[in-house]
Design a protein around this ligand. Structure first.
Ligand code: ZN
Length: 559
């Protein structure tokens, strides 16, 4: 594949009529197949088409996230949002043909059972009657993204974005932390009606889509959209109970010790992000310096990761700096036509930058390792498996942390592990909240706020908001983009962390073998289901009784 410069990469937008004609060709080929061989050729033709379309669709979203106020990018994103349900419909029609194909058995052997399982799920969860709703849903999510990206703060002599403001949570001076938190939540308070209204529309829309598809509530449809093939809401429910039983008490103990170390009683929300009086370790240089250290880190890891990172840099596939109008958050997406992933982040100079970096490179390396798998469906696995590659690499790069943090590397590692444990209750609360929201689709914004408060009582019992009246009123979740854009995407982080911590544990004693297992897992991509992938990587499945307590107790011992 030829290398490109991503910054100037601009393939033409696909036109509806051309797309329709291309799909017709695929269908004609499939319908006319006289044997497995010719049907397989039809599948390959379809896959090539999807790679080309998928590249443009990803690019439209990436560019919009890079500059949410650029008119061309906004127009393209809007067009992509309009086109998406149309493409989904064409794909579903193709998938239906393949599920019903007389050569299915042979095709399944050739391309893998997992694709057929995913397609069954897609066929069951989409009808053309959803198309307009899906366009509206994408529009509402984009509205939220734009709103958040447009937030500006005059703070410490500079105009700052929400991503910039996040770093003050780790500022050593307590008054600065408090002031930054106050400003941040004041902004959300000023936009509360808008955000409440947006979310209310999203919930209503999702409920109505669920009803159109014959579901009682959105939860079961949401699970299908997430491709949860080998576990259901009951499994997640009992996993959450394990978190409450085994992790919440541990997190409370960690907070108690933290307050003691800091000499702060009681520990307030704006103190939570710092673990000791010397302040959190920070990477010892700027963005360009970080890229150099990252190159060294990936050379330390080996396994082809160093060459891969250089390839990403050469093709300008990293957009890491925070700037005005850039969307918040971080993500990795695949550009199948280039055979390369793209990484988006918002560096702000805090230690989190290093974690985001290794996290997204984990996703990227997996996608790259899977680029030649037979089907585009396998470029990424389902999300809970995806997050094993990302969170796993955060831990597997531990021995290189001196490069970023110097003498503070040990403190960084301890903090990383502590934060990981503390994340489990929060991540689970976000998941539990979403289940409550979609089980009660007609709840009012005030009732949703009460649901969130209940989550804080269950999962974050030591949390104290003090005079931050707005988040205290049950609206912290409004700063969590997944709740708006990717329903039910959150427990995935907790499930994956339960697996990533096992990689961390095994790397302590057998690093070389663990790295090999990690790379092999990346190469499997999405060719298997979550439980199968976990099994193939020699990891215990998080739903198994005893898995979660065993994993967290290993981490606790190490702390
Ligand atoms: Zn991730």
């Amino acid at each position: 594949m030829t290398e490109v410069n991503f910054e100037s990469y601009a393939p033409p937008a696909p036109l509806r009529d051309d797309v329709a004609a291309e799909y017709q060709k695929v269908w004609d080929a499939l319908d006319a197949s006289a044997d497995e061989e010719s049907a397989a050729a039809g599948v390959e033709c379809w896959d090539a088409l999807r790679r080309q379309l998928g590249t443009w669709m990803s690019l439209a979203q990436i560019r919009f996230h890079q500059d949410t106020q650029n008119d061309v990018y906004r127009k393209n994103r809007d067009y992509a949002d309009q086109l998406q349900p149309y493409l989904t419909d064409l794909d579903v029609q193709t998938k239906r043909r393949l599920l019903d194909s007389p050569f299915r058995e042979g095709l399944e052997r050739r391309f893998g059972h997992q694709a057929f399982a995913l397609w069954r799920c897609d066929v069951a969860s989409f009808e053309p009657v959803l198309a307009d709703d899906l366009v509206r849903q994408a529009g509402l999510v984009a509205e939220y993204t734009e709103l958040i990206a447009g937030a500006r703060f005059e703070f410490r002599g500079r105009t700052q974005t929400l991503s910039d403001m996040a770093k003050y949570a780790e500022y050593p001076g307590r008054a600065v932390r408090h002031e930054a938190a106050t400003l941040r939540w004041n902004w959300f308070n000023e936009h509360v009606d808008e955000i409440d209204q947006l979310f209310d529309s999203l919930v209503g829309l999702r409920q109505s889509m669920a009803e159109k598809m014959g579901h009682k509530t959105f939860t079961s449809l949401g699970y299908e959209w997430m491709h949860r093939l080998d576990y259901g809401a009951e499994d997640v429910d009992s996993f959450r109970a394990q978190v409450r039983e085994h992790v919440v008490p541990l997190a409370m103990e960690i907070r108690r010790r933290q307050g003691e170390r800091l000499g702060i009683e009681p520990l307030m929300q704006w103190d939570e992000a710092i673990q000791d009086l010397s302040g959190n370790p920070r990477p010892q240089g700027d963005h360009d310096w970080m890229l150099e250290r990252a190159a060294e880190m990936f050379a330390d890891v080996g396994q082809g990761m160093d060459d891969f990172f250089q390839l990403m840099r050469r093709q300008r596939l990293l957009d890491l700096k925070s700037r005005p109008n850039k969307a918040s958050g971080g993500f990795c997406d695949m550009l199948p036509s280039l055979g390369m992933p793209f990484i988006f982040a918002n560096f702000n100079g805090a230690k989190h930058d290093v974690e985001v970096f290794t996290h997204e490179i984990g996703h990227a390396f997996q996608a790259y390792s899977s680029r030649d798998l037979a089907l585009i469906d396998y470029h990424f696995p389902t999300y809970e498996a995806c997050e094993i590659h990302s969170m796993g690499l955060e831990f597997l790069t531990w021995p290189s942390m001196e490069r970023f943090f110097g003498d503070d590397a040990d403190r960084f590692r301890r903090l990383h592990l502590t934060d990981s444990l503390l994340f489990i209750p929060y991540g689970t609360a976000v998941d539990h909240f979403q289940h409550l929201v979609y089980a009660n689709p007609t709840a009012s914004p005030a009732e949703r706020a009460e649901m969130w408060q209940e989550m804080e009582r269950l999962y974050l019992p030591t949390l104290k908001w003090g005079d931050l009246a707005f988040p205290a009123s049950g609206r912290r979740w409004q700063a969590q983009p997944h709740i708006f854009g990717s329903p039910f995407y959150y427990i995935d982080y907790v499930l994956a962390l339960t697996c990533a911590l096992q990689l961390w544990d095994s790397a302590q004693t057998n690093r070389a073998e663990t790295l090999k297992r990690y790379v092999a897992l990346c190469q499997l991509g999405g060719s298997q289901s979550f439980k199968q992938l976990v099994d193939a990587a020699g990891l215990a499945n998080p739903f198994e009784a005893g898995c979660l307590p065993r994993v967290v107790s290993r981490a606790e011992q190490s702390l």
